[in-house]
Design a binder for this molecule. Structure first.
Ligand code: FES
Length: 167
């Protein structure tokens, strides 16, 4: 068992103690554990299944059924592409494809360096700026593929600056 797995199991067990061993508690338990860890890794799902006396498949089915649950760790930066009607009409799917290609991940995944996680979102109320991408909680307007490159370049410059400052 790796250190990370051991930590996940420890944190999961700590969260489990707040709930009774009733199958009805599965969703609140998943919410509680995700609240602690930021996502639901395999080891956590296996601990939960053992605690409630149900199969791991049953836990996994619930986790994948509800959008609120994450199977991947959150990235340092969150990228949420709006796929509401206005953004869809203005090419939101093209923007999403651009993010997927540039980051090398699919929707609801995290880059291996845990810098970015990518997901879609429903209308965020800024339709006049469509297509919109919400970057770290801030809606950015007119995000077409070239703007995706610009946003990523800014992050890269920021990282370089941080690296220089820490030397
Ligand atoms: S549809 Fe994207 S902000 Fe409204």
């Amino acid at each position: 068992m790796t250190v990370e797995e051991a930590d996940v199991r420890k944190e999961t067990n700590r969260a489990l103690k707040r709930f009774g061993r009733k199958k009805d508690n599965l969703i609140p338990i998943l919410q509680g554990v995700q609240g602690k860890l930021g996502y639901l890794p395999e080891e956590a799902m296996s601990e939960i299944a053992g605690y409630l006396g149900i199969s791991e498949i049953e836990v996994y089915s619930v986790v994948t059924f509800y959008n609120q649950f994450r199977l991947n760790p959150p990235g340092r930066h969150s990228i949420r592409v709006c796929l509401g009607t206005a953004c869809h009409m203005k090419g939101g799917y093209i923007t999403m494809d651009a993010w997927k290609r540039r980051l090398g991940i699919d929707v609801r995944e995290t880059t291996p360096d845990r810098e970015f996680d990518l997901d879609s979102v429903a209308c965020v109320g800024c339709c006049v700026m469509a297509p919109v991408t919400v970057v770290d909680g801030k809606p950015e307007g007119n995000v077409e593929p070239t703007r995706v490159d610009g946003i990523l370049l800014n992050f890269e410059l920021e990282r370089e600056k941080e690296a220089k400052e820490s030397k």
